[in-house]
Design a protein. Structure first.
Length: 258
């Protein structure tokens, strides 16, 4: 693995990782459903990101596929390098293509974590996010389940996703929030959680940094990623791609001084 860390480095979940991560939602079929059209290319994207370019922060979720991408990550990267952080998310049910339903019942969350452990072939999820807060289940019960799993050694660090500043404050009463993952890009450029995370020294992981590719098409990759990286040293974007040539462009863009 190369010693270079694209975009510089940041500490997330106790590891010093590349500020440029790789989001893996696009490594599925249409509708974020089932297998990708070209499984070998998907595996190559993961391997090249880590082994060629030194990306050490891989972000996924059990809902991607569902389950498909966690299996791809295992097949591409296991055994995992010590410096590699594989973050996953639980708490989202997938009844069908393009359908996403928050599901925060404690029994479901526990089952999701146990299944992710098996698919990724690990004894502990280094960073596990609550994918979405389920409005039908008390937040204390959702985070309490993840905290119990953390106490059992099955989760290392807990993150939260798609949250408001008030959500973050409430979550911090129940767990140590290791990372916050919200949408932020040059189209959706206002998120009050960004400043709160800076104040609280919480890594902020913007997903959809290229706005599902529309910003990359309109502006190239350089400007949108530099805009994010320049928002603060606590910002660690996770652009995604299913193409090797696009991965090359993403990594090359952050090699330019910000």
């Amino acid at each position: 693995m190369t010693a270079t860390q694209p975009g510089g480095s940041i500490t997330i979940a106790g590891k010093r990782v590349s500020r440029l991560g790789l989001g893996t939602m696009r490594l599925t079929g249409p509708g974020t459903w089932a297998d990708p059209a070209d499984r070998e290319t998907a595996l190559s994207v993961l391997r090249q990101a880590v082994h060629t370019y030194g990306i050490t922060h891989i972000d996924t979720a059990d809902a991607y596929g569902p389950h498909t991408v966690e299996e791809l990550i295992r097949d591409a990267l296991y055994p995992y390098a010590d410096e590699l952080l594989v973050a996953t998310k639980v708490g989202m049910a997938r009844p069908g293509p393009n359908v996403w339903m928050p599901h925060g019942h404690p029994v479901y969350l526990r089952a999701c974590v146990e299944a992710s452990l098996r698919r990724l072939h690990v004894e502990r999820l280094e960073l596990c996010y609550l994918h979405r807060i389920d409005p039908e289940v008390p937040l204390v019960d959702q985070l309490g389940t993840l905290k119990a799993l953390q106490d059992e050694g099955k989760i290392g660090y807990i993150g939260i996703s798609k949250v408001s500043p008030e959500d973050i404050r409430l979550a911090r009463k129940e767990v140590t929030v290791a990372a916050v993952q919200n949408v932020l890009n040059m189209t959706d450029r206002h998120d009050p959680a960004l400043e709160l995370c800076r104040d609280l020294n919480i890594p902020y992981v913007p997903y959809r940094p290229l706005d599902a590719g529309t910003l990359a098409s309109a502006r190239g990759v350089l400007t949108p990623l530099h805009w994010l990286l320049n928002l603060g040293e606590h910002v660690a974007p996770i652009p995604g791609t299913s193409r090797l040539d696009h991965l090359d462009q993403i990594v090359a863009s952050v090699a330019v001084d910000t």
